[in-house]
Design a protein around this ligand. Structure first.
Ligand code: PAF
Length: 285
């Protein structure tokens, strides 16, 4: 496994790889969810490149950029164990020009809802860094987790709109045995918060079975009622939880839907203490 830190080193190492290259961009603090992304990427390509870069442009001024966990040694061990060929660990100055002329702005139709409504500019920063990384790495495919479903939707459009010719491969969410979706931010939770957090997934499963029943009975039940029941369960089971959103939307367009349908997806963002957790679940078939 080659560890490279500059764009020039990356280019040289990339040029030496023959065959298909799979790519997994990350911000480090790697866990079993990232390992799954790497395994899938590796299966679909001859070589695997992983990037580890805590991207400043996707954090808001009051967010956790400085305290975001940085665990380089453990991250490199995981990359080695999953058979990465190259790990790219750039400094911000390798990625961003001092005064960039071009800044990507993602359509608010997709970037202004859900997490985008609570984290203004977040998806612009994600699109910017991923576009730069795609240009540097020049992969054939790239894997992204479905846990960050809105990010996946934005990046699918990025790859298509800018004609990158890169296959965007979605990878299902990896969960703890109690249902909590794996996230680098789970390590911020206190033991009490960690014990309470799986109530988010339980509320989502409750909504899924309500949705299945509604579809089975062919009732035209407005989604608001189903959302309300899920929110109530979270507020009951997680002391002091703050729900940023708990909403049912169309899985492709992310637009709200009035009734449960085949392509309905439930999206949740909940603050447990100071930690913001997100998750989502397909409700329809
Ligand atoms: O999902 C992440 O870890 C980040 O948003 C990404 C895609 C690596 C861009 O910084």
């Amino acid at each position: 496994m080659q560890i490279v830190r500059t764009a020039a080193e990356l280019r040289a190492a990339r040029a030496a790889l023959a065959g298909r290259v799979g790519f997994v961009p990350t911000m480090g603090a790697l866990h079993a969810g990232h390992a799954r992304l790497m395994e899938v990427a590796k299966k679909k390509a001859d070589h695997l490149i992983v990037s580890i870069f805590v991207n400043p442009t996707q954090f808001g001024p009051n967010e956790d950029f400085t305290k975001y966990p940085r665990t380089e040694e453990a991250d490199l061990a995981l990359c080695e164990a999953t058979g990465a060929d190259i790990v790219f660990l750039p400094k911000a100055t390798e990625i961003y020009r001092a005064e960039p002329l071009i800044r990507l702005a993602v359509d608010p139709k997709i970037a202004g809802v859900l997490c985008g409504a609570h984290r203004p500019g977040h998806f612009d920063g994600v699109a910017q860094v991923v576009a730069i990384l795609f240009n540097l790495v020049r992969p054939h495919s790239a894997c992204f987790g479905e846990k960050d479903y809105q990010q996946l939707a934005v990046l699918r459009r990025l790859a298509d709109d800018l004609h990158f010719g890169i296959d965007i491969i979605p990878v299902p969410t990896v969960r703890e045995p109690d249902g909590l979706a794996l996230s680098s931010r789970n390590r911020y939770l206190s033991p009490e918060e960690r014990a309470a957090a799986p109530a988010i997934y339980r509320a989502m499963l409750q909504c899924k079975s309500r949705a299945d029943q509604i579809r089975f009975d062919r009732i035209a039940q407005p989604v608001a009622k189903v959302e309300e029941e899920g929110r109530a369960l979270i507020l009951k089971e997680i002391p002091g939880a703050q729900i940023d959103y708990f909403e049912i939307r169309h899985t492709d367009t992310l637009e709200p839907t009035q009734f449960i349908m085949n392509k309905s997806r439930l999206f949740a963002a909940v603050r447990v203490g100071t930690t913001r957790l997100i998750d989502n679940l397909l409700l329809g078939g």
